[in-house]
Design a binder for this molecule. Structure first.
Ligand SMILES: [Zn+2]
Length: 107
Protein backbone atom coordinates (compact mmCIF):
# COMPACT_ATOMS: atom_id res chain seq x y z
CA UNK A 1 0.00 0.00 0.00
CA UNK A 2 0.94 3.65 0.05
CA UNK A 3 2.71 5.70 -2.52
CA UNK A 4 5.21 4.22 -4.89
CA UNK A 5 8.84 5.12 -4.73
CA UNK A 6 9.36 8.21 -6.87
CA UNK A 7 12.24 9.93 -8.57
CA UNK A 8 12.42 12.30 -5.64
CA UNK A 9 12.84 9.46 -3.16
CA UNK A 10 15.55 7.90 -5.26
CA UNK A 11 17.13 11.33 -5.71
CA UNK A 12 17.21 11.98 -2.01
CA UNK A 13 18.94 8.67 -1.38
CA UNK A 14 21.42 9.47 -4.13
CA UNK A 15 22.11 12.84 -2.58
CA UNK A 16 22.71 11.31 0.84
CA UNK A 17 25.13 8.80 -0.64
CA UNK A 18 27.08 11.62 -2.29
CA UNK A 19 27.79 13.19 1.12
CA UNK A 20 26.09 16.14 -0.57
CA UNK A 21 27.48 19.60 -0.28
CA UNK A 22 25.12 20.67 -3.06
CA UNK A 23 22.02 19.35 -1.31
CA UNK A 24 22.39 21.77 1.57
CA UNK A 25 21.89 25.09 -0.14
CA UNK A 26 18.63 26.81 0.69
CA UNK A 27 17.05 29.63 -1.22
CA UNK A 28 15.43 32.42 0.70
CA UNK A 29 12.95 33.57 -1.88
CA UNK A 30 11.26 31.81 -4.73
CA UNK A 31 12.24 33.15 -8.12
CA UNK A 32 9.86 33.58 -10.99
CA UNK A 33 10.67 31.33 -13.91
CA UNK A 34 9.81 31.48 -17.56
CA UNK A 35 8.30 28.01 -17.78
CA UNK A 36 9.39 25.85 -20.71
CA UNK A 37 6.23 23.78 -20.64
CA UNK A 38 3.36 26.25 -20.31
CA UNK A 39 5.20 29.37 -21.45
CA UNK A 40 4.05 31.49 -18.55
CA UNK A 41 6.23 33.47 -16.20
CA UNK A 42 5.25 32.06 -12.86
CA UNK A 43 6.37 31.10 -9.43
CA UNK A 44 9.07 28.46 -9.56
CA UNK A 45 10.21 25.89 -7.05
CA UNK A 46 12.00 26.91 -3.86
CA UNK A 47 14.88 24.58 -4.61
CA UNK A 48 16.00 21.90 -7.01
CA UNK A 49 13.77 18.86 -6.53
CA UNK A 50 16.42 16.46 -7.80
CA UNK A 51 20.19 16.26 -7.51
CA UNK A 52 22.50 17.30 -10.31
CA UNK A 53 21.81 18.82 -13.70
CA UNK A 54 18.26 17.47 -13.94
CA UNK A 55 17.27 19.24 -10.74
CA UNK A 56 18.90 22.48 -11.83
CA UNK A 57 17.05 22.34 -15.15
CA UNK A 58 13.70 21.88 -13.37
CA UNK A 59 14.49 24.73 -11.01
CA UNK A 60 15.40 27.11 -13.83
CA UNK A 61 12.77 26.11 -16.38
CA UNK A 62 9.61 24.86 -14.67
CA UNK A 63 6.84 26.61 -12.82
CA UNK A 64 5.36 25.04 -9.73
CA UNK A 65 2.02 23.95 -11.29
CA UNK A 66 3.84 22.19 -14.14
CA UNK A 67 6.14 20.45 -11.68
CA UNK A 68 3.08 19.21 -9.77
CA UNK A 69 1.53 18.02 -13.04
CA UNK A 70 4.71 16.03 -13.66
CA UNK A 71 4.54 14.50 -10.19
CA UNK A 72 1.04 13.22 -10.96
CA UNK A 73 2.16 11.82 -14.29
CA UNK A 74 5.22 10.28 -12.71
CA UNK A 75 3.10 8.26 -10.29
CA UNK A 76 0.98 7.02 -13.21
CA UNK A 77 4.05 6.03 -15.21
CA UNK A 78 5.57 4.23 -12.25
CA UNK A 79 2.36 2.29 -11.66
CA UNK A 80 1.66 1.56 -15.31
CA UNK A 81 5.13 0.39 -16.21
CA UNK A 82 6.07 -1.03 -12.81
CA UNK A 83 9.09 1.22 -12.62
CA UNK A 84 11.32 1.41 -9.63
CA UNK A 85 13.35 4.64 -9.63
CA UNK A 86 15.98 3.04 -7.41
CA UNK A 87 17.06 1.06 -10.48
CA UNK A 88 19.41 3.20 -12.58
CA UNK A 89 17.78 2.26 -15.91
CA UNK A 90 14.31 3.12 -14.59
CA UNK A 91 15.64 6.32 -13.03
CA UNK A 92 17.13 7.35 -16.39
CA UNK A 93 13.87 6.54 -18.15
CA UNK A 94 11.87 8.70 -15.75
CA UNK A 95 14.34 11.54 -16.14
CA UNK A 96 13.85 11.24 -19.91
CA UNK A 97 10.06 11.31 -19.51
CA UNK A 98 10.37 14.30 -17.21
CA UNK A 99 12.59 16.21 -19.65
CA UNK A 100 10.08 15.57 -22.43
CA UNK A 101 7.04 16.45 -20.31
CA UNK A 102 8.51 19.66 -18.90
CA UNK A 103 10.22 20.51 -22.18
CA UNK A 104 13.56 20.93 -20.40
CA UNK A 105 16.65 21.83 -22.36
CA UNK A 106 20.35 22.18 -21.63
CA UNK A 107 21.65 25.69 -21.60
ZN1 LIG B 1 4.51 25.87 -16.36
Amino acid sequence: MGFPDTLEDAGRRLQRRRSGAEGRSTVGEVMAVNCSRCGSTARGLARAPLPGAAGQAVLAQSCEPCWRAWLDLQVKLINEHKLSPAKPEHFERLIGEMNAFLNLHDD
